[in-house]
Design a protein around this ligand. Structure first.
Ligand SMILES: [Zn+2]
Ligand SMILES: [Zn+2]
Length: 94
């Protein structure tokens, strides 16, 4: 995954630092016709977590959080750490 060097997260817009975890996420766009077209978006794993389990931790648009903000992702990580069984990969640094 060396091609992430110097790149930014396509969710929060923040740079992806060396050693930070990220994944490509397929995002469906209606531009490709009836079935749509999948585009790959590079995102922090924290930002992906925010999109998927943010609601369960009270960090989502329902509770007024900006789900595309890095600050929200950090708040989610903080709340996940308080519930260790949900920790990302089980190793979030203090
Ligand atoms: Zn991000
Ligand atoms: Zn919600």
């Amino acid at each position: 995954m060396a091609d992430a060097a110097g790149a930014s997260c396509e969710r929060c817009g923040q740079p992806i630092a060396d050693g930070q975890l990220w994944r490509y996420v397929p995002v469906w766009s209606p531009a490709g016709g009836a079935l749509g077209r999948a585009a790959r978006r590079r995102m922090h794993v924290e930002c992906i977590a925010l999109m998927t389990v943010g609601h369960d931790f009270g960090v989502c648009s329902c509770t007024g959080w900006d789900t595309s903000a890095w600050e929200s992702a950090l708040e989610l990580v903080k709340r996940m750490r308080d519930r260790p069984r949900f920790a990302l990969g089980g190793k979030i640094d203090e």
